[in-house]
Write a protein that binds this ligand. Sequence first.
Ligand code: GDP
Ligand code: MG
Length: 316
Amino acid sequence: MAAEEKSGGLWRRLKAGLARTREQLSTGIGNLLLGAKAIDAEVLDELEMALLSTDVGMETVQSVMEELTSRVKRKELNDTIALHQALRELLRQRLLPFERPFEVDRSRKPFVVFVVGVNGAGKTTTIGKLAGLLKSQGLNVMLAAGDTFRAAAVEQLQAWGTRNEIPVIAQAQGADSASVIFDAVQAATARGADVVIADTAGRLQAKQNLMEELAKIRRVVARMLPDAPHETLLVMDGGVGQNALSQVREFDNAVPLTGLVVTKLDGTAKAGVLFAVTQASGKPIYFVGVGESVDDLEPFTADKFVDALLPALTTA
Ligand SMILES: Nc1nc2c(ncn2[C@@H]2O[C@H](COP(=O)(O)OP(=O)(O)O)[C@@H](O)[C@H]2O)c(=O)[nH]1
Ligand SMILES: [Mg+2]
C-alpha cells in the first residue's frame, strides 16, 4: 500500500516534470491529437519536426519516420489516432533496451558507486536523492566528498548527509580527491557499511586534468577493492542538447560508465535527448531527475517515460 502510494507519487512527479517537453510535442503534433483524420504528408512532416524540436535526434527520428511512413503506405495505419498509437509503441521500443533497475549487490560490501559529470549537471543533488532512496531500502549508506575543488561542494554534500542522517567522509578543500574517496571506502569497510557513493569534481583547470583525476581515483580505490567501483554513473543535465553526446563519450573514456542519470527534465522542453544519448552511447539510464527535492529521482522505465511524454489518447 505504502509502496503503491509512493510509486503513484513518483509517477505524478515524472508527469509534471515532463510537462514542458510534452507541451512542445503536442504543439507540434496538433493534427495527431485532434481525433481520427487522414494521414497526409503534412501530418508526417509536422510529426518529424515536433520530434526533432524536443532533441530526439536525427537517427531515431529518421528510423521512426521511415517505419511509420512504410506502414502508412501499406495501409496499416489509416488515421491519426492509429499513427499516434504506433508512434508511442515505436518510441517505447527504442528506449526499452536502455531501462535497467539500479540494484545494489549486497554481497559486494561496500558497494562502491562513483558519480561523475560536468559542473552543475546535478551530481551532488542526485547523490543526495540516491542516498535517501537506498537508505529507505534499508541499506547503510556513506558519502565521500570527492569534489574537493570547491569548499561549497563539500558543504553541499554534508547538508545532504545531515538531511538523510548518513555519514559523509570529507577533507578540506583542495585535498586529494582520490585519497578522500579511498578513506571513505576504508571507513565503510571498517564500519560494515553497505554502500559508498562518491562525489567527484566536474571542473578542474583543464579537461585533461579532470579525466586524469577520475582515472586516478579509480586506480587508487581498486588497490583496496579490486572490483570497485561497482557502478559509475554519469549525471547529465537533460537540457544541454546534443552536447550530452560528447559528455558521455569523454567520461566513458576516462572511467568506463555503467549507466546514466539525466537530470532537470522538469526544466526543459527537450527531454527527447534521452533517445539520442542512449542510441549514441548504448548506456542504460538508471534514473531521471525531475526536481530538486529528495523524492525527485525516478527510476527510468521506457513505459512511464513515453506515457508521460506522449499520453495515450483517451477515446471520449
Ligand atoms: N529543477 C531541477 N534542478 C536540479 C535537478 N538536479 C539538480 N538540480 C539543481 O541544479 C543545480 C546544480 O546541481 P548540483 O547537484 O550542485 O550539480 P553538480 O555541480 O553536478 O554537483 C542545483 O541548483 C540543483 O538544485 C533536477 O532534477 N531538477
Ligand atoms: Mg557538486
